[in-house]
Design a protein around this ligand. Structure first.
Ligand SMILES: Cc1cc2nc3c(=O)[nH]c(=O)nc-3n(C[C@H](O)[C@H](O)[C@H](O)COP(=O)(O)O)c2cc1C
Length: 398
């Protein structure tokens, strides 16, 4: 049995990732902002859900296929964008692409990825989606859209929740700021993680931001490309007109990632956005944000039943995914869960993370009495069951 095979849940993969990475790198993945209230908010939102099962329903042939934007995927979840994944494991984004293809789930590649979308597409094909950060020079963001069109991607997402950079205190304390400050304690601590050190230096140190390389002067180093990226994004001057311009340029499915307010949801849908990814960026932007799970019912009623709603932030279990679907999401993305896999064990690790979540979804569906995803809904939520029973007990008089 390989080391990765011994993981029985996502938390095991997290522990393996933590062991493999120097603190400065693990903290970059794990950290939230300021007091990290957002991390707890996300975790607690899932811990507070209670699902009420139904029995004596034949669920011997369960399936978890999910249709989104007219395409059927093997499972109701995909992989969220996580920038600089190549710094945690060489070629991480290629592994995420390959695993998405093999598992037939979507992979939303980060706008700050190390592999380029062209490289990812070779492995993931139509399972590759691409995430865009607004850039000060609008020509860059529109060129990224054009590249997605040229490749034949079906779906892009524009991330709205990084108008300015956030106050990530773990990174500041550790020196994970640009340029990377390799202090003596950081170097000594890194030496305790030789597998990562070897893997990192085999790729020549800081990996290239693959999608941005062509916008920098030819022959630019990864540091110089990262400098260019840092001058372009975040861009606090982005407005709804930028979404309009992207909508006009992009004929495929357009998502906005990070919508949290119902009014923003209405505006986006009014502009012809095809779906919304309700997210608080995994607790990495504004510490006081509510969890996406708590906002989901309000956003659902704001946009109506037909607009696809995706959700991420805090998903660590198949049961979290099932809970989000019961609460009105159509699809879920995983950020850290799949990144722990990539970090701990490359391709094998991502595949393990995906299979753990798939197995947990399957078991929870069996427990609930749900044959397929259409069977999931608010009728499994304790609050709904309670309200229905109260209504019955009062004979509908209230
Ligand atoms: C290391 C790391 C890097 C991230 N980079 C990006 C990014 O480049 N673009 C983006 O839209 N979101 C990024 N995110 C946010 C994720 O897409 C996602 O919203 C978040 O991880 C979901 O929360 P979870 O990690 O609890 O699943 C990043 C998250 C992490 C952990």
């Amino acid at each position: 049995m390989s080391r990765i095979d011994s993981a029985i849940n996502i938390d095991d993969l997290k522990r393996m990732a933590k062991r493999r990475l120097p603190k400065i790198m693990f903290d970059f993945i794990e950290g939230g902002v300021e007091d990290e209230v957002g991390l707890r908010t996300n975790a607690n939102a899932f811990r507070d859900v209670r699902l009420v099962p139904r029995y004596y329903i034949d669920t011997s042939k369960r399936e978890q296929k999910a249709t989104l934007f007219g395409r059927t995927y093997a499972s109701p979840f995909g992989i969220a964008p996580t920038g600089m994944a190549g710094a945690f494991h060489k070629d991480a984004e290629l592994f995420l692409s390959q695993a998405a293809h093999e598992a037939d789930i979507p992979y939303l590649m980060s706008g700050a990825s190390n592999a380029s979308m062209e490289e990812g597409f070779k492995l993931a094909g139509k399972n590759l989606w691409y995430q865009i950060y607004g850039a000060k020079n609008r020509a860059f963001q529109l060129d990224l859209v054009k590249r997605a069109i040229d490749l034949g991607l079906t779906t892009i997402a524009v991330t709205c929740d990084v108008p300015v950079s956030s106050n990530r205190e773990r990174n500041r304390r550790n020196g994970f700021v640009r340029p990377l400050k390799m202090t003596l304690p950081t170097i000594l601590e890194a030496m305790l993680h030789p597998a990562w050190v070897l893997n990192y230096y085999r790729q020549g140190g800081l990996p290239m931001l693959g999608n941005w390389q062509r916008y920098a002067a030819s022959g630019s180093t990864p540091d110089q490309v990262a400098d260019l990226f840092a001058t372009q994004t975040p861009d606090a001057s982005q407005v709804w007109g930028d979404i309009e311009a992207i909508r006009a340029a992009w004929p495929g499915k357009l998502l906005i990632k990070g919508i949290m307010h119902p009014e923003d949801a209405r505006i986006a849908v009014g502009m012809g956005v095809d779906g919304l990814l309700v997210s608080n960026h995994g607790g990495r932007q504004l510490d006081m944000m509510p969890s996406p799970l708590d906002m989901l019912p309000m956003i659902r009623s704001a946009v109506g039943p037909d607009v696809p709603l995706l959700l991420d932030s805090g998903v660590r279990r198949g049961s979290d995914i099932v809970a989000a679907l019961c609460m009105g999401a159509d699809f879920v993305l995983t950020g850290r869960a799949t990144l722990y896999g990539a970090t701990a064990g490359g391709l094998e690790g991502v595949k393990k993370a995906v299979s753990i979540l798939q197995r947990e979804i399957d078991l929870v569906m069996g427990q609930l009495g749900a044959l397929n995803l259409d069977a999931l809904g608010p009728h499994y939520l304790l609050d709904t069951v309670r309200a229905e029973e109260e209504r019955r007990n009062t004979g509908g008089r209230r």
